[in-house]
Design a protein around this ligand. Structure first.
Ligand SMILES: NC(=O)C1=CN([C@@H]2O[C@H](COP(=O)(O)OP(=O)(O)OC[C@H]3O[C@@H](n4cnc5c(N)ncnc54)[C@H](O)[C@@H]3O)[C@@H](O)[C@H]2O)C=CC1
Ligand SMILES: O=C(O)CCC(=O)C(=O)O
Length: 538
């Protein structure tokens, strides 16, 4: 049973998939005091929030069961994603569910700002009839600068075009080609400042965008510019904005988001040319249902099928690519399990090489599976696909990943090499179409082994009778051999034997085999079932 805690006002109907699922138990509190949250979070596997709950490292420190933090919305700036990643907690959001709501709110703010609707409304309600005072301006043929041409910025551009506005767009990912297709002009930040009558912001709040609209940027703007922020407080420096309004450089501002929420800067809020809403961009019935449904589905997907479609702290992989990579993930973790056990200690360097058709694949998830397989031998359950890279860095292990078009005799080929103190162990695997995954090489020895839970690795001299003698000892001890593979460097030279066994052998049996003449090394290898993605979820 997965226990889910909902702490903000999340759509009830959007949580239906979780309410109706037999394996989920949902507790919801629309307004939870921080101390109460701290006292109960330890009981939950999943936490669902909007923007109100601050999910800090300190909260995660008292949440040993927590596996998923779900943001029913886009911005995850109220979640310490770095702390979650270190702890191996998956952070998911609902990237597309509120795009239309936030876009339409931006358009409402744009029009309200141009036509002074909120103030005109209040004045009229107060018994005034101030037609001259509330004369506005048109959007028609004005220039709108959009900073951040992602989902919302793009939708705003499309709608603003129907008002026949000229649109300038700035986004590090905006290409000339896409701008042309949208019928807008690709611009840089200075061009937006110098040429726009309205500027609207649609970026996330990150290091690069903090105080993006500051005093010096406002100085570059056209006199009489109007600014809209329905993205995040903190992207505009509120003191600089207030200064700009006082000096009349800025003719108006429409703000849905604030440096501090609820806001504290009432001088700004009460300025006659400022209109505000209390972070309502995503607040439509439709958007709230969509974002809650989106995160509910992903939570079920992760908990029930160990499949992560999209997480904020995992690489984004298309479902087609996930489907193609699915057979590799388990063998990746298993080959890592073999290599780390043969190395007998923690590695100081990991080298992963992908060959053949893997050259063009997104191997990021596979790399994480391999690293997880290596680290979990010493760090146990605390390693997962989320924190694998973080733990690798924390352990000071260097890693190198390379890709080559050459195929090493197989259509696809993965080679993992672990290094420590001048020693190295190398394991290679392939996925054979229709036959499944195989370990095809250990160090310099070619083999063909379908990995099982219990394996026995023996290094020995290639002398007659060795296979029979090992087989007899295992048989005498009631250990059934599934398969046996021998690889040798040269006739009469050094060889390895890999056996798959139906059960784990005891230490005394290994000692008996070790005492045979010609045996150089023996290792009892145990493999976990490994990471799998259920095909049904792809
Ligand atoms: N007021 C509200 O209730 C809502 C606010 N939002 C906020 O709106 C913002 C945008 O959301 P989406 O369009 O869905 O996100 P998105 O991820 O689709 O788009 C964000 C865009 O910003 C761009 N960007 C990043 N750094 C930039 C920089 N330094 N300069 C210019 N562009 C930059 C990215 O390349 C990306 O294209 C987010 O901050 C989100 O939290 C979203 C929904 C509702
Ligand atoms: O949950 C909300 O209403 C806030 C939405 C928002 O700001 C976002 O999705 O980034």
């Amino acid at each position: 049973m997965y226990k889910v805690l909902v702490t903000d006002a999340i759509s009830e109907s959007g949580l239906t998939p979780l309410y109706e699922h037999p394996n989920f138990e949902v507790d919801r509190y629309d307004q939870l005091q921080p101390n109460k949250l701290f006292s109960i979070i330890g009981n939950y596997d999943v936490l669902i929030v909007r923007s109100q709950t601050n999910v800090t490292k300190e909260l995660m420190d008292v949440a040993p069961r927590l596996r998923i933090i779900a943001r029913a919305g886009v911005g995850v700036d109220n979640i310490d994603v770095e702390a979650a990643t270190k702890k191996g907690i998956i952070v998911i959001n609902a990237p597309g569910g509120n795009t239309i709501a936030a876009t339409e709110h931006t358009m409402a703010m744009l029009l309200s700002l141009a036509r002074k609707i909120p103030h005109a409304h209040q004045s009229t309600v107060n018994g005034n009839w101030e037609r001259k005072k509330y004369q506005g301006i048109e959007l028609y043929e004005k220039t709108l600068g959009i900073i951040g041409m992602g989902k919302i910025g793009t939708e705003v551009a499309k709608r603003a075009k129907s008002f026949q506005m000229n649109i300038l767009g700035y986004d590090p990912y905006l290409t000339e080609e896409r701008a042309k297709k949208l019928g807008i002009t690709k611009a840089n930040l200075d061009e937006i400042a110098e040429r726009s009558d309205f500027i609207t912001i649609h970026t996330p709040l990150i290091k690069e965008t903090k105080d993006l609209v500051n005093e010096s940027y406002i100085q570059k703007m056209k006199k009489g510019v109007r600014i809209i922020n329905c993205a995040r407080g903190g992207i505009i420096d509120e003191s600089a904005l207030l200064e700009g309004l006082h000096s009349e450089k800025v003719a108006g501002a429409a703000l849905d988001v604030f440096e501090q929420e609820p806001p504290a800067n009432f001088e700004l809020l009460k300025h006659p040319n400022v209109i505000v809403t209390p972070h309502l961009g995503a607040s439509t019935e439709e958007a709230q249902e969509k974002v809650a449904l989106e995160v509910s589905a992903e939570i079920i997907n992760i908990c029930e099928y160990q499949s992560i479609r999209s997480a904020v702290n995992m690489p984004q992989i298309t479902s087609e690519s996930q489907a193609r990579m699915q057979p590799y993930l388990q063998i990746g973790e298993q080959m890592a399990g073999i290599a780390i056990q043969l190395l007998k200690t923690a590695p100081e360097k990991i080298q992963i090489a992908y060959f053949g058709e893997l050259l063009d694949e997104d191997t990021s998830l596979l790399t994480r599976s391999i690293i997880k397989g290596v680290l979990s031998h010493h760090l146990s359950d605390s390693v997962n696909l989320i924190n694998a890279f973080h733990l690798l860095r924390e352990q000071g292990v260097h890693y190198q990943i390379q890709k080559e078009a050459s195929n090493k005799g197989f259509s696809n080929y993965i080679e993992l090499t672990l290094y420590r103190n001048g020693e190295k162990v190398s394991v290679a695997a392939t996925v054979l179409i229709g036959l499944g995954a195989r370990i095809v090489k250990i160090d310099d020895y070619r083999i063909d082994v379908k990995p099982e839970t219990h394996l026995l690795y023996i290094k020995h001299h290639d002398i007659p009778g060795m296979i029979g003698r090992v087989g007899s000892i295992l048989g005498n001890n009631n250990v059934n051999i599934g398969t046996m593979q021998v690889g040798r460097s040269a006739v009469g030279g050094e060889a390895i034997m890999i056996l798959t066994l139906d059960k784990k052998i005891d230490g005394p049996v290994a000692i008996e085999i070790q005492s045979l003449k010609g045996i150089k090394d023996i290792q009892i290898l145990e493999l976990t079932s490994g990471y799998t993605l259920e095909e049904a979820t792809l």
